[in-house]
Design a protein around this ligand. Structure first.
Ligand SMILES: Cc1cc2nc3c(=O)[nH]c(=O)nc-3n(C[C@H](O)[C@H](O)[C@H](O)COP(=O)(O)O)c2cc1C
Length: 312
């Protein structure tokens, strides 16, 4: 998720869930091809298994970005055909590409020639007035012809004209049935469902129909949910104490600070750690007020813990 799942966030999430498959923010192929590739591609080894999400529609640049992803050790590359933002539409990538399956297929083929890493596609169930199962299935078939076997499907359409990106994550209705039907009709494909998943029971239910579940906002706003999910699916992994997670973040934070990274850039992802718990507000407030101060270091997190009304 752009501006959210950066490498700091993913390091933190990995501590909460040893086995979740994590995705980067979307990076444009153009940024990698023309810009400072290392800035966009580097990550901490601890983050694996990890997918790089790419946005773009230029086969040569997508192939070049795929080569970069191979060199950096990503486990998967995911093509973004789901993002509805204006900026993205003008650059011809994201959800508007659902109307141009040939372009996506051409990118897919070029990437396939450039790398051995599995390549998946993240898509919506439709766009604008192209809101039918047949439209979705024909898009998927074009990608299958190109070699794609894994699809992450955000189970709502994108309205490209008139809704903001945020509205496009809430206003169009969720339609899980359309995604389930895809799996029924193409049982050989790996279908991962996404959109509105917020508790373990719901995820158990969708997994009756598809192969995987992707969780976005709930994992960011309530990161401890990732630990609960891990425990739910791997009961041998004990639920960690939140304090433990914080303690494991401290050496990482020290290392990043010594490389010049500001504390707030890391701690902003940890604000939701106590969501729904007593003291959640005190935790958030202490960090928000203190992480940006000149010279702030890991003592801010220790003090934030101490500022909570009960032991974490
Ligand atoms: C701040 C934010 C940034 C996002 N950025 C991306 C992105 O870069 N690539 C992508 O495929 N989806 C992105 N999304 C969409 C999510 O991946 C997900 O499809 C959507 O939020 C629905 O899932 P959820 O209900 O579990 O959050 C973003 C969502 C949010 C809230």
């Amino acid at each position: 998720m752009m501006d959210w799942t950066d490498r700091h966030c993913r390091y933190f999430m990995r501590l909460l869930s040893p086995s979740a498959f994590l995705y980067t923010e979307m990076v444009t192929a153009a940024a990698i091809h023309h810009g400072d590739a290392d800035r966009f591609l580097r990550f901490n080894d601890e983050e694996n298994p990890l997918a790089l999400q790419l946005g773009g529609s230029e086969p040569e640049w997508m192939a070049s970005a795929a080569r970069g992803a191979s060199a950096y050790g990503y486990d998967e590359i995911n093509i973004n055909v789901g993002c509805p933002s204006d900026r993205v539409q003008s650059g011809q990538f994201g959800a508007c590409l659902m109307a141009h399956p040939d372009i996506v297929a051409e990118c897919y083929r070029a990437m396939l020639r450039a790398t051995d890493i599995p390549i998946s596609v993240k898509t919506r169930i439709g766009i604008d007035n192209k809101d039918s199962y047949e439209f979705l299935a024909s898009f998927i078939e074009r990608l299958v012809e190109a070699g794609c076997r894994k699809f992450v499907v955000h189970a709502r359409i994108a309205i490209l004209d008139g809704l903001s990106p945020k509205e496009n994550r809430t206003v169009p209705a969720l339609n899980y049935d359309r995604v389930y039907r895809l799996k029924r009709d193409y049982p050989g494909l790996e279908i991962v469902i996404n959109g509105g998943l917020a508790d373990c029971e719901q995820i158990d239910e969708v997994l009756q129909h598809v192969d995987g579940a992707m969780v976005g906002r709930q994992a960011y706003h309530q990161p401890y949910f990732l630990a609960e999910l891990e425990h739910h699916f791997n009961p041998q992994t004990a639920l960690p104490y939140r304090r433990e997670i914080i303690e494991k973040m401290l050496p990482y934070i020290d290392r990043e600070l010594s490389n010049g990274e500001p504390l707030g850039r890391i701690t902003r992802h940890m604000l939701g750690l106590f969501a729904g718990q007593p003291g959640a507000r005190a935790w958030r407030r202490y960090i928000s007020e203190n992480a940006h101060r000149e010279g702030a270091g890991t003592e801010v997190l220790i003090s934030a813990l101490n500022a909570m009304p009960i032991a974490a």
